[in-house]
Every structure is written in C-alpha cells, then in structure tokens.
Design a protein around this ligand. Structure first.
Ligand code: NI
Length: 254
C-alpha cells in the first residue's frame, strides 16, 4: 500500500517503457500515483494519463521555471482543464530562486494567480519551493492558501519552518534526498513532524533515492523513502506505507 504523491510519468524519460515502469510500481505495492503538470503541455498529458489509468490522478499547473510562458489565456485553459474529475490539485506551482529560469517578479505574479485559481476551484495546491522559503511562505499566507490545502513537495527546508507549515494545516512531502548521506536537515523534519502530516513521493524521473541514486527514478522506488521514514521514526514499514497512503488520499480527496 503505497501512494507516490508526485511522479512525472508524462516525462520524456518514460516514453519508451512507461508500461513496464507502471508494472514495476504495482508489483512493489504502489496503488495510487499523483502526476502533477509542470507546464501547459505536461498538464494536458497528465490529464491524459489519468484518463488512461484509473490509479493515476493529475494536477495541473505551471512550474516557476516556466512562469514566463503563462498568460491570461493559458490560465483560462488551465482552469477548464482543472475541472476534469481526475484533476485533484493545482501544481506544481511555486518559486525557484536557484535557477531563476523565469524572472522572480514573473514567478511571484503567476504563483499568486495560480493560488487564486486553486481557491476559486476549491482545490489544494502542490508547492515547489527552491531557495525561496520566505517568499513562498508569505505569499501562501497572503493568499489564504491554507484554507484549501497546501502540500510542500520534495520538502528541503528547515524543521522549524516545517513545523510552522504544519501548524497552519499544511502537509509535507518527503522525497528521495532523505536517503542521502548529507540529509541531516530532512531527517530532522521527519523526526519532528507527525506521520499524520507526511506524504511520500519520488518526483521521478528525478532525485532517485539511495541505493538507486544517479539512475532514472521511478514510482516503485518510493518504497525506499517509506523505509527511511520507518527507520528514522522507529515505526514499521507497513505503518508508514498505510498512514502516508491515507494522508495523500485525504489531501487529494480521493
Ligand atoms: Ni516535480
């Protein structure tokens, strides 16, 4: 019983063997997968996948890297797409000050617009935050995003910030980097945050967990994240799988 709460199955890296990737995931007990969009096209492809496979759900949204590609017409089209019954969130959206592929002002503008879209549709959001901790936190508060649901995907911030988020009702999603040798900060997050507030994910095809680090990531590897959380929290693997599965179902209203 595993829920990979963040996988980009629509990515090019899977175009030759998606069926085998999905088969391996199911063999490892992955029962549900959330596939978020990263731009307009991948949002469309996420919806198509969700229509093809009953255990795949979609989120639609434009990643901060591609914020410059957004305009009002595209936002209207995203809104239409988000009304599909298998679209359960707006994402992934947020701010990325590490790469700055889109100007920061543009990122913030479209981050707010997409948060407002989520509120208008009563959908939760999937947040990408890279080196923009304070701005992401402030904008989420200013836009009252916590009312409809906030999930911090592939969380890499401090334990203290995670606690502030959880106090506001947010969920924290843990990805492969928690298994890396230098993961002290994320290990602290897992120690401090109750299991009832944690989700697990691969962010595949990126960020493969140890011992697959460096290879293409895939949904079946989400088990390594669950194993690591079980080890950190001194819980059974089965309990981590079951509780994070229920958390994700509840968050996405599945
Ligand atoms: Ni992602």
């Amino acid at each position: 019983m595993l829920f990979d709460s963040h996988a980009h199955l629509d990515a090019n890296q899977f175009k030759n063997d998606l069926n085998e990737v999905i088969k391996r995931a199911q063999d490892e007990g992955v029962e549900l997968i959330m596939n978020p969009g990263a731009d307009y096209e991948s949002s469309m492809n996420a919806v198509k996948l969700a229509e093809t496979y009953d255990f795949i759900y979609a989120a639609v949204g434009v990643h901060p890297h591609d914020a410059s590609s957004l305009d009002d017409m595209m936002l209207t089209l995203l809104k239409k797409m988000a009304k599909h019954p298998k679209v359960k969130a707006i994402g992934e959206i947020g701010l990325d000050y590490h790469y700055d592929y889109s100007p920061r002002e543009t990122q913030r503008y479209w981050f707010r617009k997409q948060l407002q879209l989520a509120k208008a549709l009563n959908l939760p959001v999937i947040i990408h935050d890279r080196e923009a901790n304070q701005d992401v936190f402030n904008i989420l508060k200013e836009e009252n995003a916590f009312e409809t649901g906030v999930l911090l995907h592939c969380y890499s911030g401090s334990a203290e910030l995670a606690r502030q988020y959880v106090n506001l009702g947010a969920y924290i999603s843990i990805a492969g980097p928690v298994t890396y040798k230098n993961a002290r900060k994320t290990v602290e997050v897992v120690e401090m945050i109750p299991l009832e507030k944690l989700l697990i994910e691969t962010d595949s095809p990126y960020l493969s967990p140890h011992p697959m680090r460096g290879k293409r990531n895939e949904s079946s590897y989400v088990k390594y994240v669950a194993e690591k959380i079980a080890e950190i929290k001194s819980l059974s693997y089965e309990e981590v799988c079951r509780v994070t599965f229920e958390n994700a179902k509840k968050y996405f209203k599945i």
